[in-house]
Design a protein around this ligand. Sequence first.
Ligand code: SAM
Length: 217
Amino acid sequence: MERRTSFCVAAQTNRPRVIHTRSVPTDWEAQYQKNETPWDKGSASPGLLDFLAGERVEGRVLVPGPGAGHDVRALAAQGAEVVGIDIAPSAIKAAESFPKARAERYICGDLFALPQELLGQFAWVWEHTCFCAIDPARRPDYVSAVHGALKPGGHLLAVFYLDPQNASPGEGPPFEVTLPELDRLFLPMFTLIREWLPTRAYPGRENREWMRLMKRS
Ligand SMILES: C[S@@+](CC[C@H](N)C(=O)[O-])C[C@H]1O[C@@H](n2cnc3c(N)ncnc32)[C@H](O)[C@@H]1O
């Protein structure tokens, strides 16, 4: 993923100090237009596929930041009614270029400003590389957004990218997260049902992801 940093000089010190900041948000549309989408592995999350092999995800499902929609199609193929919402028009175009699995649709929009008709509508949210893509300062907004999309008692199934092996902490996207931070962010609004190290992952992501199944309180 593109790393955008700016450099500023601290005037108070004798020696100029270079400070790396994340002052410029990622332009996701530009990434798709440049065809620089290293997160797109051309298939659904192995952790999701393994979960679906043993359990059903039924009813309406929201997938935030689905990119080219591989996970959306995997969920729709097993019978769910899936909505993917992505902020990048070119991601939606890419997702819609694939043959439809079954009940799937895409909305070009911002997870942080969900349309009214999506609020409280979903039995499930599937999270995969949207949480790690957003600015960590917006993580509380992410939790509120998925909580707001779910019906009471709805489930959040997630694969979190714990360790993207960033060169330095806080550099991203993808941004790392810890289990205590996940607890702090989610557990006030969700009950943890179960968590596990996915047996399979994309090559290179082995042992760096963590799955959680949570229920909206
Ligand atoms: C790292 S990509 C992951 C895409 C897909 N989940 C995958 O693994 O192939 C992150 C995606 O989130 C989308 N995104 C980022 N911020 C968003 C927001 N606020 N609302 C909706 N989508 C967003 C981006 O456009 C991008 O498609």
